[in-house]
Structure formats: C-alpha cells, structure tokens
Ligand binder design. Structure first.
Ligand SMILES: CC(C)(COP(=O)(O)OP(=O)(O)OC[C@H]1O[C@@H](n2cnc3c(N)ncnc32)[C@H](O)[C@@H]1OP(=O)(O)O)[C@@H](O)C(=O)NCCC(=O)NCCS
Length: 175
C-alpha cells in the first residue's frame, strides 16, 4: 500500500507515529479533558495499542491518524484519516486530538484542511465524514470549517446517537 502523508501547513507538519512517541501520545490520550467524549482517558498500555493500531493502518490502508508537530518539533497531537462506519456503512473519517495547552489556535482546523486536500488528491470524488459525539461542539466546528454538514445520525453505537458530519470531496478542477 502506498503510504500517504498530508503536506506541511504554515505551522504544522505530519509524520507517522512510532513507539518513541509514547510519552506524548499517553499524555494526550490520558488527559481527561481531551478525552471528555470518550468512555474514559486511555491508560499508558492503551496508548501503546493506539500507536500499534495506527502503524497497522498506515501499512494496510496507507493512512491513519498521523502525529502532528510544529516545524520546530513541538508535539501538537494527532490528525488524519481512518476507516470507520456509521449505520454499518464504511466511510473514511477525519479525526483529530490537540493537546490542551495548544487548543483554540486554529491548529486542528489547519491540520484537518491538509488532510482534506490529501483526500482530494488521492481519493476524490469521495465522501469524507466526521462522526461526532452530539455534545462535542469544538469537533463539530472543525468539521464545519471543512465544509461538512450534518448528513446522518449514527444509531449503530451502543449508547449514544452520534452526529455524522460529511462533505463530498471533489477533485481539483484541472486548468
Ligand atoms: C476538537 C479539537 C481537536 C479542536 O482543536 P483546536 O485546535 O482547538 O481547534 P480549532 O482551534 O481549529 O477550532 C476549534 C473550534 O471549536 C470552538 N471551540 C473550542 N472549544 C469549544 C467549546 N468548549 N465549546 C464550543 N466551541 C468550542 C472554537 O471556537 C473553534 O471554532 P471557531 O473557529 O468557529 O471559533 C480539540 O478541542 C480536542 O482535541 N478535543 C478533544 C478530542 C476530540 O474530541 N476530538 C474529536 C473526536 S475524534
């Protein structure tokens, strides 16, 4: 599988996460505030599994959640594209987590826009989704900045009805 990577942005660059990122990823995924809309913050062992799962996704799908850092190498979080499903329909989904100290500066939107452009280059025309906890307003705002609108409700989740945001990503018009 061709391993993909979004282009760098004004403030951010992407790379595949590795076991050497465990301290940063465990701090991110273990932060109760970042994980408000998950069942619980992740333990260090669960963060090990998270990194392993992403490494499998890079190898099998060519994409996953990538590690996001500043051009100076400061850890920001993760952002990328994974296969998910809603109402049993498989879809590509964009995901993002930004560490608490760097939230509110437009970094998730900036990273997500780079991922959208990668989807456009590689897969368009295609549906891109963000499957969101109904109370996760920040995540919904990022999705709206990508041009997504509320396209469905996911009833396949065991205990919440999730909001499915989506946009059809069209190919770049050729000149
Ligand atoms: C969602 C998340 C990645 C956004 O990161 P960020 O870098 O702060 O995002 P941005 O600065 O690009 O934009 C955030 C938007 O949400 C809004 N926002 C932030 N916190 C908010 C809150 N508590 N309530 C309402 N809106 C909020 C901001 O005002 C901004 O909207 P605007 O551009 O219209 O003003 C970050 O909040 C996060 O890591 N959350 C926890 C992880 C998560 O839930 N991820 C999504 C599920 S995969």
């Amino acid at each position: 599988m061709n391993r993909l990577l979004p282009a760098p942005t004004a403030r951010l660059r992407f790379r595949e996460m590795t076991p050497a990122d465990l301290d940063d990823m465990a701090a991110l995924l273990g932060d109760p505030e970042v994980m408000t809309f998950y069942p619980a913050p992740k333990t260090r062992d669960e963060s090990v599994e998270w990194i392993e799962r992403m490494q499998e996704r890079y190898a099998i799908d060519g994409h996953g959640l990538w590690l996001v850092e500043t051009h100076g190498g400061e850890f920001v979080g993760d952002c990328g594209i994974t296969w998910q499903s809603y109402n049993e329909t498989p879809v590509r989904e964009i995901g993002y987590h930004v560490r608490r100290g760097l939230q509110g500066r437009g970094l998730a939107t900036e990273a997500a826009l780079a991922c959208l452009e990668l989807v456009r280059d590689e897969f368009a025309p295609t549906l891109l989704t963000a499957i969101i906890h109904p109370d996760n307003t920040a995540s919904r705002r990022v999705a709206e900045h990508l041009g997504m609108t509320h396209i469905a409700d996911d009833h396949a989740h065991p205990w919440i009805v999730r909001t499915v945001m989506g946009v059809t990503v069209e190919p770049q018009p050729s000149n």
